[in-house]
Ligand binder design. Structure first.
Ligand code: SF4
Ligand code: MG
Length: 330
C-alpha cells in the first residue's frame, strides 16, 4: 500500500540561549493505511520531538527542515491555521497522560463533541450523538450516560479510552500514539492496545506508535524504527528487529542476543552509559562510547559516521553500523 504519511530527512533544531540544539538529525519513515510503525528509543532519542514535528506542535524556537507528506501534501511550513485544520482531523495524537489531555472542568461527552465540532459544522445535538457513538466504540460501558461524567470519575484505563475517542472522532488517516499505555497497568495496557488494533482494522488508520516498551512493539507493530541520539540506528520489520537485529544498540535494547524461542524483554534493557545529546557527537558513530563492538571494528567507529545501509538479502532491513556481520555472529 502507498504510505499515507511520509517523512523525509527530518531535522529539528531548537534555538536556545546556549545556541542551536539539534534534536532530530535526518530521519525518514513512512506508514501505510492499516499499518503500525513503532518508533523506539530511550528518552532524548528524538522520538517524541519527531512526532510533535509531524503534528506541527513544536514551540516557536524549533526549526523544522525536511518533508512531512500527508497523502502527498507537504505539512512543513504550512500556516498555523491550515495546520490546525489538519491536526485532530486527518492526523491525531494520543498522549501518554490522559489526565493532561482532558479538561477536568468539562464532561467527557462535551469534550469529545467539541473535538468533532472543531472540524464539522454540525449542531451541538449532532456532535453529542457522535461523541456518544465514539465513547461506545472505544468500549465505555453505558456511553450515553457516562458522557455526562467528568474525567476524574473514570479509571486511568477508561480515561485513556476517552482520549482515544477524542482522537478518533474525526476519523483520522493517521494516529500518532506517544507512549499510550505507559501510565496504565499491564492488563489495561493490553486492552488499550487491542482497542487501537481493532480501530485500525475497522478504519484502516495508519498508526505511529512511540514506545519504549518492546513487549508492546513486538505484539502490535509491523515496522520498527530504532532511534538513537536523533538518528536512525536501525529500520526494518518487527521480525527483522526481534529475530535479526543488526545494530548493537538494538541488541542492547533487546537485553541480549535475541532468540526466536525467547520472548523479548518487556522493557528497554539498561545499557551502560547515557545517550549523547543529538548532534554532540559529530564524527564517528554516536553509539561508539557505549558500544561493546566498537573495538572489533576499530578507528572507523570513531572517525566515520555510519549511514543506514541495507542488510544484504534482508529486504528493506537497514542498519547504521560499520560492523559488517550481525553482532550476534561477530
Ligand atoms: Fe558500534 Fe561501530 Fe556499529 Fe557504532 S558503527 S554501533 S560503534 S560497531
Ligand atoms: Mg517522549
Amino acid at each position: 500500500d502507498r504510505p499515507v504519511l511520509e517523512v523525509h530527512d527530518l531535522h529539528v533544531t531548537f534555538r536556545t540561549e546556549n545556541g542551536l540544539v539539534p534534536a532530530v538529525d535526518g530521519i525518514d519513515f513512512a506508514v501505510a493505511p492499516g499499518r503500525t510503525l513503532a518508533i523506539v528509543g530511550e528518552s532524548g532519542s528524538g522520538k517524541s520531538v519527531s512526532s510533535a514535528a509531524v503534528m506541527g506542535l513544536l514551540p516557536a524556537n524549533a526549526d523544522v527542515k525536511g518533508e512531512v507528506l500527508l497523502d502527498g501534501r507537504e505539512l512543513v511550513g504550512l500556516p498555523a491555521d491550515e495546520l490546525r485544520a489538519i491536526r485532530g482531523n486527518d492526523i491525531a495524537l494520543v498522549f501518554q497522560d490522559a489526565l493532561s489531555a482532558l479538561n477536568p472542568y468539562y464532561t467527557v461527552g462535551w469534550q469529545v463533541a467539541e473535538a468533532y465540532r472543531l472540524h464539522h459544522s454540525v449542531s451541538k445535538k449532532e456532535a453529542r450523538r457522535r461523541a456518544v457513538e465514539l465513547l461506545d466504540l472505544v468500549g465505555i460501558p453505558g456511553a450515553a450516560r457516562r458522557a455526562g461524567n467528568y474525567p476524574h470519575e473514570f479509571s486511568g484505563g477508561m480515561r485513556q479510552r476517552v482520549v482515544i475517542a477524542m482522537a478518533l472522532v474525526n476519523n483520522p488517516k493517521v494516529l500518532i500514539a506517544d507512549e499510550p499505555t505507559t501510565a496504565l497497568d499491564v492488563t489495561v495496557q493490553a486492552q488499550i492496545m487491542r482497542l487501537l488494533a481493532d480501530v485500525q482494522a475497522e478504519f484502516g488508520t495508519a498508526l505511529v506508535l512511540i514506545s519504549h516498551d518492546l513487549g508492546v512493539v513486538a505484539e502490535t507493530a509491523d515496522d520498527v524504527l530504532v532511534m538513537y541520539a536523533g538518528r536512525a540506528a536501525e529500520r526494518g520489520t518487527v521480525r527483522d528487529l526481534f529475530h535479526r537485529a543488526a545494530h548493537p544498540y538494538s541488541l542492547g535494547l533487546l537485553g541480549a542476543v535475541p532468540r526466536v524461542d525467547v520472548p523479548p524483554r518487556p522493557r528497554l534493557a539498561t545499557i551502560p552509559g547515557t545517550p549523547p545529546s543529538p548532534g554532540s557527537i559529530t564524527t564517528g558513530c554516536p553509539f561508539q562510547p557505549r558500544c561493546a563492538y566498537a573495538e572489533r571494528v576499530g578507528e572507523r567507529c570513531v572517525t566515520e559516521r555510519p549511514e543506514l545501509t541495507p542488510r544484504p538479502g534482508e529486504g528493506d532491513h537497514e542498519a547504521a553500523c560499520h560492523l559488517g556481520r550481525r553482532p550476534a555472529d561477530a
